[in-house]
Design a protein around this ligand. Sequence first.
Ligand code: PGA
Length: 248
Amino acid sequence: MRIPVIAGNWKMNKTAKEAVKLIEEMKPLVANAECEVIVCVPATAIYHVSQAVKGTNIRLGAQNVNAEEKGAFTGEISADMLLEFGVEYVIIGHSERRCYYGETNRTVNLRTQTALNRGLKPIVCVGETLSQRHAGKTEDVLEQQLFESLYGIKNFENTIVAYEPIWAIGTGQTPTAEEANKNISFIRKVIRKLHGDKLADEVRILYGGSVLPSNAKEIFAMSEIDGGLIGGASLKAESFAEIVKSIK
Ligand code: PGA
C-alpha cells in the first residue's frame, strides 16, 4: 500500500508572515486528510512555518538543497540548515531550476544523494518539454533523467518521484489522466530496472502540472498516480484543501 501524498510547491511566493497566515487557514481544512500533506515553502519562511505546523498533520518541505555540507556556495542552503528547523522533504530538480538555474541530472543526483544521506526525503522531479513530447521522445527523456538523477543511489527508500511535464506547469494544460498514468507507469518500470521490484512497488510517484480542484479527482483516480505536486493551486487554502480532499 502506497500512502498518497499531496505536496504544495509554493515556489517564490509568500513572505514569512503570509506563509503563516496561509498555514493557519489551511490547518482546519486539511486536518482530516486521507493522505500525507506537505508544504514546500520558501527558505525564508521555513522557520516560521515549522512553528506554525507543530502538532498538525502538515509536513514541512523545502525547494532545494545543496550537495555540499558547507562552504563557499553563496546563496545555497545545506541539508543541516534545513534539518535544524524540522524540514522533512525537499524538492530536487524542479524544471524551473533545471531550466533557469543550471540544474542538471548530475547536480540532481548529487543533491539527492546528500539529501538521503542526511535524512531528508527528496522529491525528485522529471518531465519532458513540449517539443520532446511532440517528437515522441517522452519515454527516452524520462528514462535518461531517471537513470542519471538516481544513478548510484543506494538508500532510495525515502525518495518520492514527481512526474511534471514541463509544458503542463503553470499553463493550465495537462496530459489526459490516462496519459499521465501511462507515463508514471513507465517511470515505475524504469525504477524497477534500477532498484528492483520492492522499491518500484513502494515508491510514490506524483503527478504535477496544472492540477486544480476541477481536475484533481480524475487524475488521482488513476492506479499508478500516488498524489500530486501542486504549484499555483497550493497558494490558496481552499483550493489546496479541495485537492487534498479529492484523494482517497
Ligand atoms: P502548477 O505547478 O501546479 O502551478 O502547474 C506545479 C509545479 O511546478 O510543481
